[in-house]
Write a new protein. Structure first.
Length: 511
């Protein structure tokens, strides 16, 4: 313990060098902007700025890129809350309750909640990273295809409850998402599947951001345009304001969300350390569990602050967690850390267990920089909340075309294919109609995220077991996770049957 604290202190000495401190502050500010821009996200931001790192030593380079990564995790919540457009896939769950809060004139509360929860999630995960790196890396290494599928099943089970009380509408929404996630090439045979009308654009599959921005950006805009017209042209968004009194009131209310925030932090970190999982599944699972453990689950989807705090804590914790397998095993835990891993190789550093011994200055400088980046990003984020609030005071006639333009850019940026832009517009119309018909949108969006992760894990597991499903119950880690997932999956069905049996009995007793 004392040895670790001594190495951490050496890391802080590296961090507080003037050049490294400027790199952290600059990286955090850049990351906030990159995360808030639909279609960019941490992956594109780190990839674009990677060439700049050759101007500084390797330690300064990794500190700068890690700060961008951290800032982007915070920044994704900004456009999700202010405009209803997820800045990145990791911020989709934040849209579910962040956007309703903004429409109620509580954007400052949502932004403060997102910033503080991100700080808590980042802080908890960095402490775990500092003291428990080797054993957690070992756990991550044990996770194979069966364990990954069990984890995906647990994620599906947690968001079955994300829809309305109509379980069948929720399941229908999940099935739509799973079908869309299967578009493209078969992962084993390589044959095209679900390529509608032989349109070549479907061969690269349905990009998640195209679906998310279409449903939550275009669809939300169409819904707001209708309400704006029915409201006689009066914008619902002009009530947004910020003041010192409101800020302290929001901070006091955040104390009540500590359970959801801590749960999101721990869950996000654990999911983040699993190779190829990343922050998106962690944030979605955290949202689902936060709803299930809440005393007022009916508020979720209508502006529950826990629905903002849990996923934001999870995605920031996961971003730290994903660095652990990268450093200790040389296995990237997310697409962004895959780029960081490439940068380390270019800088002449070989990831793995020896990295902590041979390049301890590099490792502990990075770990200490995460503490500093977490604090600076929180301060920068809160300082700019009045600027973000001004976005909501923009006249709707100006805001609507700006939102539409940002959606088009966000849909085009990931693949630079006009097919995705047209597809995004179609998804926007479908999302608007689903909302009119009271079909839950969240399960469809979440299914298209988890589908591409669950399918290869399922098929690889069945190949290993020669077609036996018992592989998911016989393994030490996969078994308990799968049992919990099945219990959660069938819990709403049992509850529905129980309510139908109990209601006639109560009526007979009353009669």
């Amino acid at each position: 313990m004392l040895e670790i604290l001594g190495q951490l202190a050496q890391g802080f000495l590296i961090v507080f060098e003037a050049q490294n401190l400027l790199l952290i502050i600059g990286g955090c500010a850049l990351g906030l902007f990159i995360g808030a821009m639909p279609g960019l996200g941490s992956v594109n931001g780190v990839a674009i700025l990677l060439p700049l790192t050759f101007l500084v030593p390797p330690t300064g380079a990794i500190i700068f890129l890690a700060a961008i990564y951290y800032g982007a995790m915070y920044g994704g919540a900004i456009s999700s809350i202010m405009l209803g457009i997820p800045g990145a896939s990791t911020a989709v769950a934040t849209t579910f309750d962040g956007r309703p809060l903004a429409k109620q004139g509580l954007a400052d509360k949502a932004l403060i909640g997102a910033a503080v929860a991100s700080f808590v999630g980042g802080s908890i995960s960095v402490v775990l990273f500092t003291f428990f790196a080797p054993p957690l890396a070992h756990v991550a290494l044990v996770f194979g295809a069966p364990e990954e599928f069990a984890l995906m099943m647990l994620a599906f089970a947690t968001f079955v409850g994300l829809g309305s009380d109509d379980i069948f509408k929720t399941l229908f929404s999940i099935c739509i998402g799973l079908v869309l996630s299967a578009v493209g090439f078969d992962i084993i045979s390589g044959e095209p599947r679900l390529v509608l009308w032989d349109i070549t654009g479907f061969l690269h599959g349905v990009n998640f951001l195209v679906l998310a921005i279409g449903i939550y950006g275009i669809g939300e805009m169409l819904w707001t345009v209708e309400e704006h017209a029915l409201g006689g042209g009066k914008s619902m968004l002009s009530e947004a304001t910020v003041s010192v009194a409101r800020t302290f009131a929001a901070l006091r209310e955040l104390v009540k969300t500590w359970k959801s925030t801590v749960m999101g932090s721990l869950l996000g970190y654990f999911v983040g350390i699993l190779p190829a999982a990343g922050a998106t599944p962690g944030s979605l699972m955290a949202y689902g569990i936060a709803k299930q453990i809440s005393r007022e689950p009916e508020k979720f989807g209508n502006g529950a602050i826990e629905g903002v705090c849990a996923p934001e804590a999870a995605n920031n914790a996961a971003s730290t967690g994903s660095m652990l397998p990268m450093l200790t095993l040389g296995i990237p835990g997310s697409p962004t850390t895959a780029i960081l891993l490439g940068g380390m190789v270019i800088w002449g550093l070989e990831p793995g267990p020896r990295l902590f011994v041979d390049h301890s200055e590099f490792v502990w400088g990075l770990i200490a920089s995460l503490y500093a980046a977490n604090l600076f990003t929180l301060l920068i984020n809160i300082a700019f909340i009045p600027v973000f609030i001004k976005v909501l005071k923009t006249p709707f006639t100006i805001l609507a075309p700006v939102i539409f333009t940002l959606c088009l850019i966000g849909g085009y940026a990931p693949t630079q294919d006009m097919h995705d832009v047209w597809l995004m517009i179609v998804f926007g119309i479908v999302g608007y109609l689903m909302r009119k018909l009271d079909y839950p949108l969240a399960p469809a969006v979440l299914a298209i995220v988890l589908g591409p992760l669950a399918e290869p894990a399922l098929r690889q597991s069945l190949i290993i077991s020669e077609g036996s499903f018992m592989i998911f119950f016989e393994r030490v880690y996969a078994g308990p996770i799968m049992v919990v997932a099945l219990l959660l999956l069938f819990l709403p069905v049992f509850k529905m049957i129980y309510d139908r049996v109990r209601k006639p009995q109560a009526e007979r007793n009353a009669g």
